[in-house]
Unconditional design. Structure first.
Length: 290
């Protein structure tokens, strides 16, 4: 057993405990893997979320967009169970989020934060192996090595396998963190700005991987700032503004010039790619003549 998995086993308890967890069964009949209703969050005396509803279905990639301070990362934390709302309910896999143990939640949803920090000098391989920790003692444990290798290849970090995670660049860390999430084999993936530190090639690679996961039936929620990427990869876009859902629907329905200009308080143009027809979203810029 690797160092990473040893550490996880010590933290979560003996292997015998693992056999008593409730394993994921068939998806809920309505296909909703994750549901939040009337979520409200107040932090530091400020209302960050107010009355947010969201359903995440298996087989779709949902992009959360909106300006700074709109509540995107806060909503993702509520969906992950990392932040309890002041008001509202969150259901995961057909049951209240709080009814699952930490291991049972990890079997059902995987979370990629904006920054993954390590207190110990784990290698990249050990970091990715941590994604398999919910399955220790289960039949799925037999797939550990294969899933780790596949995830590292898919995120282009296999050549970094023996590097210490703390020695990586920001982009390399982000890809290793994505590999850990993918190898977890959860039914829901929650990704907080996974492309922020990546170059163009790896942005496309990571989002294509997320999209492929959705094609396989996973419900994927991605916080994004790049609106053109959101338009290209999302099945559904949820736009937040001042802690509320301002609009939700297909990219073409939500990412309009008028709505974007209003929400972002800046002129924004929405163009169509001449070959693919994809939406291209650019800020309006005044031309200064010297």
């Amino acid at each position: 057993m690797s160092v990473g998995r040893v550490a996880t086993t010590i933290t979560t308890g003996a292997r015998s405990v693992r056999h008593r967890v409730r394993l994921p069964d068939a998806p809920p009949p309505d296909g909703v893997l994750l549901r939040v209703r009337d979520a409200a969050v107040t932090l530091g005396g400020e209302r960050i979320l107010d009355g947010v509803d969201l359903d995440v279905h298996g087989g779709e990639l949902v992009a959360l967009v909106g300006p700074n301070g709109a509540g995107k990362s806060t909503l993702l934390a509520v969906l992950a169970g990392d932040l309890e709302p002041d008001r509202g309910t969150v259901d995961l896999d057909g049951a209240a989020l709080g009814s699952w143990t930490h291991v049972e939640m990890a079997m059902r949803r995987a979370v990629m934060l904006q920054q993954l920090t390590m207190s110990f000098p784990f290698t990249v391989r050990q970091t990715v192996e941590m994604g398999r920790s919910p399955w220790i003692g289960q039949d799925a444990e037999d797939d550990d090595e294969r899933r780790v290798e596949e995830s590292m290849f898919a995120t282009d970090v296999e050549h970094l396998a023996d590097r210490r995670f703390t020695s990586l660049s920001g982009g390399e860390r982000a890809r290793a963190a994505m590999a850990r999430v993918v190898t977890q084999d959860a039914r829901v993936m929650l990704l907080d700005e996974p492309t922020a530190a990546l170059d163009v090639r790896h942005q496309e690679q990571v989002l294509a991987l997320a999209k492929n996961s959705a094609s396989d039936g996973v419900g994927v929620v991605v916080v994004m700032h790049d609106l053109s990427l959101a338009a290209a990869y999302a099945d559904r876009v949820v736009m937040l503004a001042s802690g509320t859902v301002r609009a939700a629907g297909r990219p073409s329905e939500v990412l309009t010039a008028d709505l974007l200009s209003e929400v972002y308080e800046h002129p924004i143009e929405v163009l169509s790619h001449p070959v693919t027809g994809d939406l291209i979203i650019v800020p309006g810029r005044a031309i200064h003549l010297g």
